[in-house]
Design a binder for this molecule. Structure first.
Ligand code: SME
Length: 163
């Protein structure tokens, strides 16, 4: 496997169309979850230069009511370690089992500010057997950065992850 990524310039669609086959090549044939999540975050960070991109995984500590999102592989500044269901953008995406696009985090009730530099955000749930088992979170210092194009392609990316 080549270790250098080919980074696209151009439209957002062109960037996703270039990076997605490379992400697929990186994770195909590799069973280790942490390795794959790590490479996905690195590839997205390198292609898009987002302020923060990473995974939170649902972890159970006994009963289902003790489940929390726990920080997984990420690229960017240090972040909150645990998030409860329904809390912040990540916990809301988990609870609603849907992608949330937040153009201005200051206007999202309960937003968890891991960094004051983060201004807009997208959170994509990872769904297996009708259960959310984690989320992919991307943050930007720019307002209104994420849109339906990001939703479409990031949902494609999380669908490729083997758990
Ligand atoms: N802002 C997120 C918390 C995670 S960090 O952005 C990395 C939220 O409100 O859920």
């Amino acid at each position: 496997m080549a270790e250098d990524l080919q980074i696209a310039t151009g439209t957002k669609t062109e960037m996703y169309e270039t990076i997605i086959p490379q992400i697929k090549a990186l994770i195909d044939g590799e069973q280790d979850l942490i390795a794959n999540l790590g490479n996905i975050t690195a590839a997205l960070k390198e292609q898009f230069g987002w302020f923060w991109v990473g995974f939170y995984l649902v972890k159970s500590f006994g009963s289902a009511k003790d489940e929390e999102l726990v920080l997984g592989p990420f690229q960017g500044p240090v972040a909150c370690t645990r998030i409860k269901k329904g809390r912040g953008v990540c916990g809301s995406s988990w609870q609603q089992a849907q992608t949330l696009i937040v153009p201005d985090v200051a206007k999202f009730p309960g937003h968890i500010a891991c960094s004051s530099l983060s201004v807009s955000e997208i959170v994509v749930p990872i769904i297996r057997n009708n259960q959310v088992i984690g989320v992919l979170d991307a943050d930007s210092e720019k307002p209104d950065l994420f849109d339906e194009t990001d939703k479409k392609y990031l949902e494609q990316i999380v669908a490729k992850i083997l758990f």
